[in-house]
Ligand binder design. Structure first.
Ligand SMILES: *Cc1c(COP(=O)(O)O)cnc(C)c1O
Length: 356
């Protein structure tokens, strides 16, 4: 088996390393003590994000996970119910964290579309009586783009309708927008429109934008004030955070429009592997930068298949048994995509001929 010199890493868009321009930007930061409001680079990042999303306030946090954690904590009380989708990050990866730290009950919708609309949320609310013995629904969370559904774009019209309907019920809406950048570039819908039709939205600098650190939670002054207090209680307050704030601003300014290329390459990858025998594309066909496929028909486990791919110099992520995920990002060009497709073809051939 020929071992390739250069590894192509499609496990996630979090694997990107900061470019020289990002490292240089970090060196240009003007820092001070964040706790005293004196970190100028942080203040500049906040002003930039507030303008871009047209929101009252925001808070820079360590991770997308913490942005979601604080969004939930600042809009619920322990014992309250949060309606989300089974496959959204808030439940799929983070249900234990939300149980331990936020003490909320997650009521998870399961469906094949990955989109939760008014009808689905209404059914989840009415899945039990809601008088005082019962958990009270205080928050609904959606995801855009949807990681577990190949980076599918959550339809904007459904978001607008859902938010309007939830407001009438006195229930808040949070958007997990770790990849809102990808949705924005794919649809052309302004980030401020996404932010206008929700109570809170998070965004991450470490996914497609390729930044080294951080996420932002955006919303009303009132909600962000609560989130700030909780951030400090969790021991995640900062002092000279401006280096990372400068990096976050740099990647927003220089890597956002580039995401269109990732989306094109995801389609190229999907088209390439679709023609390989025993490989089945998992729908939906990519809207953005994520491709899912199944090797079930090949009759080998994900672990064995991925180990062999790795020996050929290709890294992929085992999402679930019979579901492998590939994510296109900053470090991946057209040649890398063609090489990755060729590697998968080679690995499939290896199993067909060597093992059968
Ligand atoms: C990656 C991701 C997160 C978590 O972000 P971290 O910075 O890794 O904590 C949350 N939500 C979605 C949809 C994600 O893809």
């Amino acid at each position: 088996m020929a071992i390739q010199a250069k590894t192509i890493d499609l496990r996630s868009d979090t694997v990107t390393l900061p470019t020289t321009a990002v490292v240089d930007a970090m060196g240009q930061a003007t820092v001070g003590d964040f706790a005293y409001g004196e970190d100028q680079s942080y203040n500049a990042l906040l002003a930039y994000c507030k303008k871009l999303f047209n929101v009252e306030d925001g808070l820079f946090v360590t991770s997308g996970t913490l942005a979601n954690r604080l969004a939930i904590a600042s809009q619920t009380m322990p014992g309250d119910e949060v309606i989300t989708h089974y496959n959204y990050h808030i439940h799929f990866f983070d249900s234990a964290g939300n149980a331990k730290i936020n003490g909320v009950v997650l009521n998870c919708i399961q469906n094949a579309s990955g989109v939760i609309d008014i009808a689905a949320v209404e059914a989840a609310i009415h899945s039990k009586p809601r008088y005082k013995h019962f958990a009270q629904v205080k928050l609904v969370t959606i995801e855009n783009s949807i990681n577990g559904f190949n980076g599918k774009v959550y339809p904007f019209d459904l978001q607008v309708q859902l938010y309007q309907w939830l407001q009438a019920q006195g229930i808040a809406l949070h958007i997990d927008g770790a990849r809102i950048w990808n949705a924005h570039v794919a649809t052309g819908i302004p980030l401020s429109d996404y932010a206008k039709h929700t109570d809170t939205i998070s965004c991450s600098f470490t996914k497609g934008l390729g930044g080294p650190f951080g996420a932002m939670l955006l919303g009303s002054k009132q909600v962000i004030e609560r989130a700030k207090k909780l951030q400090l209680w969790l021991g995640s307050g900062y002092h000279q955070i401006g280096y990372y704030a400068q990096a976050a601003k740099q990647v927003m300014q220089h890597q956002l429009t580039r995401l269109a290329q990732d989306h094109q390459l995801a389609k190229l990858f999907a088209d390439g592997i679709q023609s390989i025998p025993y490989i089945q594309l998992i729908p939906p066909y990519p809207d953005t930068n994520i491709v899912g496929f199944s090797i079930k028909a090949l009759g080998v486990s994900n672990a064995v298949f991925l180990e062999t791919c790795q020996a050929y110099g290709l890294l992929l992520f085992p999402w679930l048994e019979a579901h492998i995920r590939a994510v296109i990002h900053l470090g991946i060009d057209r040649a890398a995509i063609l090489s990755a497709v060729a590697t998968i073809k080679q690995v499939v051939n290896y199993f067909i001929h060597a093992c059968k």
